[in-house]
Design a protein around this ligand. Structure first.
Ligand code: C5P
Length: 401
């Protein structure tokens, strides 16, 4: 059964050519069991008739903030309270700007401000508008406040341009909406997760690190929380804020991460190693800053301890999941790691390509276990994390397909 079953979704349609896909979105949300009420901005009505949405949703369409019949009963507040999710698709640049700045000068923006429900935006606009500094700043502001995004996709645009700004397809928006509703798949379980890079000191001011941002690990932690788990996050240095609700242990080096994990792994049910742990560390970091000289220099490195392999080999072993970032022969290398580290499961992604992997908001994951696997495809890290947690829960509970 879809997690959208019986969910109450308020779909806000703003003015953009992608509005023509919104009736199909309503149809797909309803097919998943959701109840949908549509709010249109004035501009949206230039693209699609309100009657179309009334027909597909089976509900009157809301347009006016100051409609005396609806407002006799404070209609906008009622609608804001009714919604389990406010979904804006398409979300125009103007609408994003107005929501980012808390404007409430029509029913659609008022609803976003007045509702405590999660807010999911599917942006759609010309590629240059999407790339503009103003839109980027609004996006950052909204994301920092916990607003969720689906898309935009890249490709040919109605205006003839090619680039980012196409609204995501209705099926992807439905999947993103579904991903926002938590489940109880990991209820009562203790999940330990590593995330981010590590830093190996060379001297007091220099270190060796890598391009990991921590985004994937933090998304996995958020997804595990949403699935009902208690989450301990052992995080290497990251500029991002960890999800609220985790028990966070900040570490720097691979050795610190190793100790923080191994002292806790016996008390957890599931361990997920998403961190990009340094493979080598400096033999003897200098105690004072190394001074520059004209001569060549070398740094002596030794391998770090493999945290994942150590957890997997420990006597009170949790269900152990690793990550493999590869630049080629993804399945081969991932399966070799699955076996050599004796893991229950491994999530693998190709790195070194633009738009996916380290630092990116998107990723493409495949999951493997001894006698099977699943392609999770390409999506935002938060959506992939939800799907990954679903597969982990399924395998953990022994309900493998
Ligand atoms: O062997 P490789 O480093 O490619 O394996 C990646 C997986 O192993 C990731 O899950 C990573 O978190 C984990 N790992 C670890 N400790 C290390 C090196 C990698 O836990 N020292």
């Amino acid at each position: 059964m879809s997690r959208l079953a019986d969910k109450q979704i308020c779909l806000v349609v703003t003015g953009g050519i992608a509005a023509y896909k919104a009736p199909d979105l309503v149809r797909q949300l309803k097919a998943a069991g959701a109840r949908v009420q549509v709010v249109m901005t004035a501009a949206a009505q230039s693209f699609v008739q309100a009657l179309t949405f009334q027909a597909v949703s089976g509900q009157p369409v809301h347009i006016d903030l100051l409609d005396p019949t609806a407002e006799a009963a404070m209609g906008h507040i009622e609608l804001a309270r009714w919604a389990d999710l406010v979904l804006v698709a398409p979300a125009s640049a103007d609408f994003m700007a107005r929501v980012a700045h808390g404007l409430a000068d029509d029913l659609a923006t008022t609803l976003c401000l007045a509702s405590a429900a999660p807010l999911l935006l599917a942006p759609a606009m010309n590629q240059q508008m999407w790339r503009s500094a103003a839109t980027a700043a609004n996006l950052e502001l909204l994301a920092a406040r916990g607003v969720h995004f689906c898309g935009p996709d890249s490709g040919a645009q109605a205006c003839g341009d090619v680039g980012p700004g196409r609204m995501s397809e209705p099926a992807a928006i439905c999947a993103a909406a579904e991903g926002l509703f938590g489940s109880n798949e990991l209820l009562g379980l203790q999940v330990l997760i590593t995330a981010g890079p590590t830093q190996e000191a060379i001297d007091p001011v220099r270190f060796i690190t890598n391009r990991s941002s921590g985004k994937m690990g933090f998304a996995v932690a958020a997804a595990a929380l949403a699935a009902g788990a208690r989450v301990t996050l052992v995080a290497g240095p990251s500029t991002m804020a960890p999800p609220r609700g985790c028990d966070v242990i900040n570490v720097r080096s691979a050795a610190e991460m190793h100790d923080a994990v191994l002292s806790r792994s016996a008390n957890c049910d599931i361990f997920i190693g998403t961190a990009a742990v340094a493979d080598y560390t400096v033999v003897e970091p200098a105690s004072a800053k190394i001074k520059k000289s004209g001569a060549a220099m070398s740094i002596n490195l030794v391998p770090t301890k493999d945290i994942l392999a150590a957890v997997s080999a420990s006597p009170e072993r949790p269900f152990t999941v690793g990550f493999a970032a590869e630049t080629e022969r993804l399945e081969d290398y991932a399966r070799t790691k699955l076996q050599s580290k004796q893991l229950d499961m491994i999530a693998a992604n190709l790195v070194g390509m633009p738009g996916s992997g380290f630092e990116s908001d998107d990723n493409e994951l495949s999951v493997y276990w001894a006698d099977g696997g699943r392609e999770l495809g390409k999506a935002s890290k938060s959506l992939l994390a939800r799907w990954l947690i679903e597969v982990i829960a399924e395998r953990y509970h022994g309900q493998a397909i």
